[in-house]
Design a protein around this ligand. Structure first.
Ligand code: GRF
Length: 215
């Protein structure tokens, strides 16, 4: 069983998916702490409801990035977390912190990386006219939305689809692939070689989430 901390800033639907999966008897990870930089994050209520300890570490209370990241690190070490899941955590972490947690920190991003890094991914995908987009779970590198890819799901963009509808359909895939990725990592089946992930005994048919039709 691996102890995980989840970092959030907002609504926490991905956190909820992780909470729900961790509650299953056969799931190899448990959430020991949820940290939010935003005191009003709805995800904090989700954690409290599930009986998971929470902590608000508000970036506004710290003079600079380094001090803030050190505070995060201290809380993470204190709770004994061995892995971090970033789940809609809207702060950039400094390279020192990222390197300390290299290959032990996961992030979910609402595009098929390496395309559409950064914000407003859905609008940008629609604007670019791509037919498919999706979501990615990856290990975190110091560069923004970069790092070895663990799982992805593909979502087709429907003709005339708006960003809100697309975001909603991608989000429901995020809720599938994030727990899937965490499970693989917690089982010790994920190895990073160079900038790539290899997965031991991967059942690729179940791992590939492709959703070519509107749902
Ligand atoms: C998700 O779209 C995730 O991919 C991105 O931030 C959003 C968080 O949503 N990194 P939620 O807070 O998990 O509902």
């Amino acid at each position: 069983m691996i102890d995980v901390a989840v970092l959030i800033s907002g609504s926490g639907t991905n956190l909820q998916a992780l909470i729900d999966n961790c509650a299953r008897d056969d799931f190899p990870a448990r959430i020991v702490l949820v940290i939010s930089n935003n005191p009003d994050a709805k995800g904090l209520e989700r954690a409290e409801k599930a009986g998971i300890p929470t902590k608000v570490i508000n970036h506004r209370d710290y003079p600079d990035q380094e001090t803030y990241d050190d505070q995060l690190d201290e809380a993470l070490n204190e709770c004994g977390a061995k892995l971090i899941c970033l789940a809609g955590f809207m702060r950039i972490l400094d390279a020192r912190f990222v390197n300390r947690w290299r290959n032990r920190m996961l992030n979910i991003h609402p595009s098929l990386l390496p395309s559409f890094k950064g914000l407003h991914t859905h609008e940008r995908a629609i604007e670019a006219g791509v037919r498919f987009t999706g979501c990615t779970v990856h290990f975190v590198n110091p560069e923004l939305d970069d790092g070895p890819i663990i799982t992805q799901a593909v979502v087709a963009i429907n003709p005339d689809e708006g960003a809100d509808s697309l975001a909603e359909r991608i989000l429901s895939q995020e809720h599938i692939i994030y727990p899937q990725a965490l499970k693989l990592v917690a089982e010790g089946r994920v190895r990073v070689v160079g900038n790539k992930v290899t997965i031991r005994d991967a059942d690729y048919e179940n791992l590939m989430c492709v959703n070519p039709k509107a749902e």
